[in-house]
Design a protein around this ligand. Structure first.
Ligand SMILES: [Zn+2]
Length: 285
């Protein structure tokens, strides 16, 4: 009978540079979900890649106690962990938690793809991302936003406060018409953020207002004395309505931010599906 020869996949053989080691450790910490043994084993893999004897010497431990500490079968002391990390030539750092895992954005992880994954992770960490949806943006020469998945992530610059409010537009250089505001009310004139084409054009520039919402907004407009029967040269009422809409969005955002994350997340609740599957749109009460 033919004998099947299998070789064990050795992560340590694929950790060749300090950058790869750091990216691998970061990935393992993200994937560990609090499993300390998993992280300890990852440290063991990096130590093997560097050479156990050398790491033991640099950490001031015997080889035997280093082996035991990184076996994943016991919980080594935090001081030992710190010594090992330092001996590995790595540094611990912290940052605010992300809501999605780096690896969750990748296609299913195959052990054989570990090296490619490590490199991709290191690369992705430094990539420019959309300020809203966090997608990786692309800025390649001679390409523009297109309906393809890649084209939808085309980087676009967005002015927080529209230039036209001040009578200017980058599209019409050296022309200035009458602005709505003389000075930015919020102090962000000329400041920009980078978004994907999708979030910029299809989300920010096209807010959805249903008939009852327009009616309500019109009522508040009237109550605030911002209605106008005929247009005058003075555009202060428009300025007031712009300010009012900003107030509505800002206060609404803060109210939504306080809600539980599960209340409105997930594609199952997505209005796109509601629109696609029912002839009569459902209204929230
Ligand atoms: Zn986006």
């Amino acid at each position: 009978m033919a004998k099947t020869v299998t070789t064990k996949y050795e992560v340590s053989e694929h950790l060749r540079t300090p950058q790869e080691m750091a990216a691998y450790l970061e990935m393992c910490i993200e994937e560990a979900n609090g499993d300390a043994a998993f992280i300890t084993k990852a440290l063991g893999n990096i130590a093997r890649a560097k050479g156990m004897s050398q790491v033991a010497r640099d950490a001031g431990l015997s080889r035997e106690s280093l082996n035991k500490a990184l076996s994943g079968e016991r919980s080594p002391g935090f001081d030992t962990i710190l010594k090992v990390i330092s001996a590995l030539g790595l540094k611990l750092h912290t940052e605010a938690a992300r809501t999605t895992k780096l690896t969750a954005q990748l296609t299913p992880i195959q052990p054989i793809a570990a090296r490619r994954l490590i490199l991709a992770l290191a690369e992705r960490r430094n990539m420019e991302r959309c300020s809203i949806c966090n997608c990786i943006l692309h800025r390649t020469a001679r390409t523009y936003a297109q309906p393809s998945p890649k084209g939808r992530s085309h980087a676009t610059k967005h002015h927080y406060v529209a230039e036209r409010f001040f009578g200017r537009s980058a599209n019409r250089k050296d022309t200035k018409h009458q602005g709505v505001f003389d000075k930015c009310l919020w102090g962000y004139e000329g400041e920009t953020a980078v978004f994907c084409y999708e979030c910029h054009e299809e989300l920010l520039h096209n807010p959805v207002f249903l008939p009852e919402e327009i009616t309500l907004f019109a009522e508040i407009t009237k109550r605030r004395g911002l209605s106008e029967e005929s247009k005058s040269k003075d555009r202060s009422r428009l300025a007031g309505r712009i300010e009012l809409l900003h107030e509505v969005i800002s206060k609404g955002l803060k109210a939504v931010a306080k809600m539980k994350a599960t209340a409105n997340s997930g594609l199952e609740n997505n209005s796109r599906k509601r629109c696609a599957h029912s002839s009569a749109p459902q209204r929230r009460r």
